[in-house]
Structure formats: C-alpha cells, structure tokens
Design a protein around this ligand. Structure first.
Ligand code: FAD
Length: 400
C-alpha cells in the first residue's frame, strides 16, 4: 500500500488551478446524489473548483448517518494501516484549515481513551509509540494531569488513559449545512426530496441522471449515498457490498460544562458540544435481542416509539454515569438510530466506477473525519482530472 503524502492533500493552491481549468471550457455539470456530510463537502469543493453542481437527496440534508454520527474527528491507532491513518490525519488538517472560512462547528481539545484491560499494557505502549512516530500528540496520562484535563470525570477502575491531543468533535448536522450553504453561495443547487432513480448513458458517456422529479443533464455523477447498499450496483453498475452497522446516539439538552474533551470509555463514549449538549454513543450497537433483530431488518432511521428511544437513552446514561456522575441531571433531547456506510473491509471506496467512468463512488465510514479531505480529492479528480495517487488503496475495484 502506498504511503500517503500528507502534503499532497494540503496544497492550498489547488482550488485556483481548478477554477482556471474549468473556466477555459464549458463548465462540467456534476450531480451529487446524497446530501450527507460527504456529498455536502464534495459539492462545496466541486463548486469551488468551477463545476456546475446540483445536489439531490431523497430525504434531506444530514438525515441519515450524518445525523446520527458521534462525529469524533480523529486519527487514533484504530486507523490502520498507515495509508488509512494518513488519510485521516489529512482529514483533521483540512477540518482545521476550513474551519475559519466555513465556520465549521468543531470543538478541539483532544480525546481521552480509557483502557480497562490490563493485558493490553505491552500492546498499548507500542501503539502510543507508533502514534507519536506518525506525528500524533498521543501519550499516557495519569494522576494530577488527568484530573486537570477532566475535573468532572471519575477515571477509577481504568488501567490506563491515553490522551490524543489533536482530536476534536463536531455537530455533523450543522457541519453538513455549513458545506451546503457555502456550496449554494458558489452557485450549487440543492434539491430535496429528490430521489436518484437511474442514469442515462449514450455512447458510453453519462448524459443525464434520472430522478423522481425529472431528468438532470449531467457529465458526472457522484454517488455519496452512504449506507444505501443497492445504489452502487444500480447507478454505477459496480457492486460495493456493505455490512450492517447500526448505531445509537443520544443527545442531551444544554448542560453546564461537564466534559472538556472526547471521552472514549469502556462501553460508552461522549463529548460535550460548545452549545452544552452532551452526545453519547456506544461501539457495540443496540443489545442483540430477538426484538431488536426483527426491528433492525427494516433498517429504520427512527425508533418505533418515544418511550423506546428513552429506554436506549437511559441505558447509555447508566453506562456513562460511572465516569461522569454529573449526567444524573441530564435531560434527553434526541435519540437516533443510524446505519454506518460500511464497505466490507471497513475502508473508504473512492473513485470512478470501473464499469461507468462518469460515475464516482464515495462510500465510507469515518466519513465525518474524512469529509473535508475527501471532498477536496473528489474535486481534484473530477474537475482537474488529476488522479490523487494516494487514494489508490481505496479504489472501487478492490471492494467488490
Ligand atoms: C452511530 C454512528 C457513529 C459514528 N461515529 C463516527 C465518528 O465518531 N467519527 C467519524 O468520522 N464517523 C463516524 N460515523 C460515520 C460517519 O457518520 C459516516 O461515515 C458519514 O456520516 C457518512 O456520510 P455520507 O454523506 O456518506 O452518508 P449519509 O449521511 O448517510 O448520507 C447519504 C445520503 O444519501 C441519500 N440517498 C441515498 N440514496 C439516495 C438516492 N437514491 N437518491 C437520493 N439520495 C439518496 C440519503 O437520503 C442520505 O441523506 C458514525 C456513524 C454512525 C451511524
């Protein structure tokens, strides 16, 4: 696997090159299907690069994974191997560089990961050293320093706590809208509800995309349709199998500041936004009961009843109370169930469909971390026609 060159992603002069090239010929007409955070970032970068952009979504902006995401922006050691880690690092760097211009709602400050399993000690030392070698501000913290980092958190019972100083977290719905608003200001159109239903191909080229609201003339289609597993085969003529990966996220009402950073604790994770709302998540997903298995078959995006949403919220609050006793005072505003876009091998699928070169696939987990850099790469590949070599490990042909 090629080692990514971070600098390649950070060339700020790229946008000017796009615009110059795009202006020389008729503007490339690009339809972006899916107005989650990936489609939104792609739309802004494409519009910025000079393309004539239309975004469509069958439900509405940030209504699927990008609504329910925990939205931790990170490049921690779970991001392996090096090429994938470097892509995530480039994601963080691009969040930071775009934040002032687009007013992206990110709270920085790092993350704390609590390790309960003492048998991980040797492996942990190796992982921390590897992170440092890869340029991350990662180290083990304890005692007074830990207490100063998080005065309201009880770390009793944890074997070790690892601090990763570069991480942050966002509000994924607000961030999606920030990209879309900026794209609209650059002339992009955002239409919803509007479902992609087909593609019109003639002479081997894309001529139009078909929707339930009529055809849209197009030169390129970006499929940022997330966990909609049938989309790649239907529209790109290329199957990207995905595995089911549901997750529950709970959001409290605004609270006085309890937590400074992202906390990734055994069984539960949380962070507190600048608006005071605390976001709770869990790695395991809903408990594996027969009732859940039946309900999940339909891939619902809402709980069947408010009381069931509240039961999940209480379950996750109980898990979190051990670490953050102040959560007893929390009132819940929302509990969301969402499906992660999850290619079988867990890595992004990025690039033109091998079967339909005018249809570009953009399906991935960790899409909140990756959205800004992926949007930039998509624009570079589609508008400038310049392949981003560092995406080679993530091309669609390897995912089928
Ligand atoms: C519980 C959970 C926790 C997560 N935590 C993190 C995290 O901490 N950090 C991180 O980086 N990532 C995290 N992720 C992953 C991240 O949220 C996703 O990778 C990201 O939101 C994907 O964005 P997307 O735009 O590709 O997909 P989505 O947000 O799902 O958007 C896809 C859009 O496509 C639309 N669509 C589908 N089919 C069609 C069609 N035929 N026509 C028109 N529109 C269509 C849908 O309506 C939808 O709006 C998490 C995800 C979940 C579910």
């Amino acid at each position: 696997m090629t080692v990514l060159d971070r600098r390649r992603f950070l060339q700020l002069g790229i946008a000017a090159t796009f615009a110059a090239r795009a202006g020389a010929a008729a503007r490339l007409r690009v339809v972006v299907a899916g107005a989650g955070i990936i489609g939104a970032s792609a739309a802004w970068h494409l519009a910025q690069a000079g393309a004539d952009v239309t975004v469509i979504d069958r439900a509405g902006p940030a209504t699927r994974a990008s609504r329910g995401s925990f939205a931790w922006i990170n490049a921690t050691w779970s991001k392996q191997p090096r090429a994938y880690h470097a892509l995530n690092q480039a994601g963080l760097a691009r969040w930071r560089s775009l934040q002032p211009e687009l007013k992206l709602p990110v709270r920085w400050g790092g993350s704390l990961e609590g390790i309960a399993d003492a048998t991980l000690e040797v492996a942990l030392a190796g992982r921390v050293a590897e992170q440092a070698a890869w340029g991350e501000a990662t180290r083990i913290v304890a005692g007074a320093e830990l207490a100063a980092l998080e005065p309201n958190v009880d770390f009793t019972g944890l074997n070790k706590v690892v601090f990763s100083g570069h991480d942050g977290a966002t509000d994924p719905v607000a961030a999606t809208w920030a990209f879309l608003d900026a794209a609209t200001a650059r002339g992009a159109r955002v239409t919803y509800p509007c479902e992609l239903t087909g593609v019109a191909i003639a002479g081997g080229r894309l001529r139009a995309v078909q929707t339930d609201r009529g055809d849209i003339a197009a030169d390129r289609l970006v499929l940022a349709t997330g966990a909609a597993a049938d989309a790649s085969l239907r529209f790109a003529d290329w199957e990207v199998p995905q595995r089911d990966s549901p997750g529950v996220t709970v959001i409290t009402g605004p609270m006085p500041r309890l937590v400074q950073r992202v906390l990734w604790m055994p069984g539960v994770h949380l962070h507190q936004r600048d608006d005071g709302r605390i976001v709770l998540g869990e790695e395991a997903g809903p408990p594996a009961t027969e009732a859940h298995a039946l309900r999940l078959q339909e891939q619902p995006s809402e709980f069947p009843a408010q009381e069931i949403a509240l039961q999940h919220a209480e379950r996750m609050r109980l898990a979190a109370l051990r670490f953050v006793p102040g959560l007893t005072a929390a009132r819940f505003e929302d509990a969301r169930i969402c499906w992660r876009p999850m290619p079988l091998d867990g890595y992004p699928v990025l690039g033109a469909s091998p079967a339909r070169p005018d249809v570009y696939l953009a399906v991935m987990h960790s899409g909140v971390t990756l959205a800004p850099i992926v949007g930039q790469c998509i624009a570079q590949e589609i508008v400038a026609g310049a392949p981003v070599e560092s995406l080679d490990a993530f091309r669609p042909h390897r995912a089928s």
